[in-house]
Design a protein around this ligand. Structure first.
Ligand code: FHN
Length: 438
């Protein structure tokens, strides 16, 4: 069991989990949702949203043939976007295995594509130098021993429920734990395990939600750590530890608990659904996605941005356009993101600070006319430059004794005032790099 150096520094960490410094430094990852819900093309919860019987849902298995799937292309696109790690769905709630599992016939190698797509993805992304994360659903709406509850597709099918009253969750857990064991044994070093999700608080009267006891989460966690001692685990085993994973939500400030910082990662979609959804046109602009990334890092968080590849196995053009544009911004500005975290200085309105040692990065969301006042930085800045072209940015400070002319009113003598060009630099979010005095 590895002794992580993180547990003394972070509130939500366990001394048996791996060292999370790589995750904290990498900051930016890709989430991939890819399964039988992909060709259904209307949300990864389609099976339960439409209460589809497993026999009816089987058509997506029988016609699953992402013939244009190219893991190397996915990996190249992801790396070019500036992402340093990825998390891919090995099995989502539908129960379909994206790898050649020996424990079930409900797997990708039995579909028309006949290939272990997970292995191809892991190999290609590892080849590009990205860290490997595996998403695994604790929930399974296909397995015959998974007990039916208020989220299950057959929750309102009284005949189905009557026929399935003798389901044995222990048999399901033997299967589920066994598949996790397979994933952490047969695919090399896995850096991050992303379980999904626990809902012990839910109660439908006739059934209750499932949490750590139902999953035997302590035992599952032990299996994971015995097989991959350096691995990181997220917080969805209902064990009150692991990477905190706010979803489709941006916290208002750095996340802390009991006076200690928390390791956290916001996961976000590009268009509102995780799996490919042909008709969901609610695409966030690239500008919004980039500002969410910056905002997350300005609060010492990680940003896990999702792509739901389509039924041919490709990232659709909406996703590619956004990833390429963010990648171009990252090409010039990534040093304000990687290994950066929040600053204790208060950022000006419409700006975010990130900081890395004595370099403070001012991300300007709305380009002002000529000046920005940096509160509390008087006497602390050696030099300033626009990060995109390393052009110097002139800044002024004001001596309390100095007579302030009538054209300059209410100057805060504790501030530094930046003199910015009238024209906004031709980048999505301009960044001023401030070199602070030691
Ligand atoms: O139900 C899943 C959902 O489909 C998706 O996988 C997200 C991603 O974090 N997790 C669950 C909802 O919280």
């Amino acid at each position: 069991m590895s002794t992580s150096t993180n547990e003394k520094k972070y509130a939500n960490w366990s001394d048996s989990y791996g060292n999370a410094e790589w995750l904290i430094n990498d900051r930016f990852g890709l989430f991939i949702h890819f399964g039988l819900y992909t060709p259904a093309a209307r949300h990864e919860w389609v099976m339960t949203h439409e209460k589809i019987h497993p026999k009816m849902y089987r058509k997506y298995f029988e016609y699953f043939e992402p013939d244009l799937f190219d893991a190397k292309e996915w990996a190249r696109t992801t790396k070019a976007a500036g992402m340093k790690y990825f998390v891919i769905t090995t099995k989502h709630h539908e129960g379909f295995a994206l790898w050649d599992t020996k424990l079930s016939d409900y797997k990708v190698t039995n579909t028309p594509i006949k290939r272990d797509l997970l292995r191809e993805v892991i190999d290609a992304f590892r080849e590009e130098g990205l860290k490997v994360g595996l998403y695994h659903s604790l929930i399974d709406w296909h397995h015959p021993e998974f007990t039916i509850d208020g989220l299950h597709p057959q929750r309102d099918d009284e005949d189905f429920k009557k026929e399935n009253t003798d389901r044995d969750m222990n048999k399901y857990l033997e299967f589920m734990h066994g598949q996790v064991r397979e994933l952490l044994t047969d695919y090399g070093k896995i850096d991050y395990m992303w379980f999904d999700f626990s809902y012990p608080h839910r109660d439908w009267g006739w059934s209750k939600g499932k949490g750590a006891i139902d999953w035997q989460s302590e035992q599952l966690e032990k299996i994971v750590l015995d097989l991959q001692p350096d691995i990181l685990i997220n917080d969805r085993l209902d064990l009150n530890r692991g990477v905190i994973t706010p979803e489709q939500y941006q916290p208002s400030e750095p996340v802390e608990k009991d006076g200690l910082p928390v390791i956290w990662e916001a996961c976000q979609t590009m268009n509102g659904t995780w799996g490919y959804h042909r008709d969901n046109l609610d695409w966030k602009s690239t500008d919004t996605l980039l500002k969410m990334l910056i905002d997350t890092v300005s609060k010492s968080g990680n940003f896990l941005l999702n792509v739901g590849p389509n039924g041919r196995g490709e990232f659709d053009y909406h996703s590619i356009d956004r990833l390429e544009a963010i990648g171009e911004w990252m090409r010039l500005h990534s040093r304000s993101i990687y290994e950066a975290k929040h600053s204790n200085y208060k950022a000006p309105i419409d700006c975010r600070y990130t900081q890395k040692g004595n370099r403070l990065y001012l991300h300007i969301y709305s380009w002002p006319f000529r000046h920005i006042h940096l509160e509390g930085l008087a006497g602390k800045v050696n030099y300033a430059q626009l990060l995109n072209d390393a052009s110097e940015v002139y800044f002024r400070e004001f001596d309390p004794e100095e007579v302030i002319t009538s054209t300059e009113t209410k100057i805060d003598v504790n501030s530094v005032v930046l003199d910015l060009p009238v024209q906004k630099p031709d980048v999505m979010v301009p960044v001023v790099e401030l070199f602070l005095k030691n």
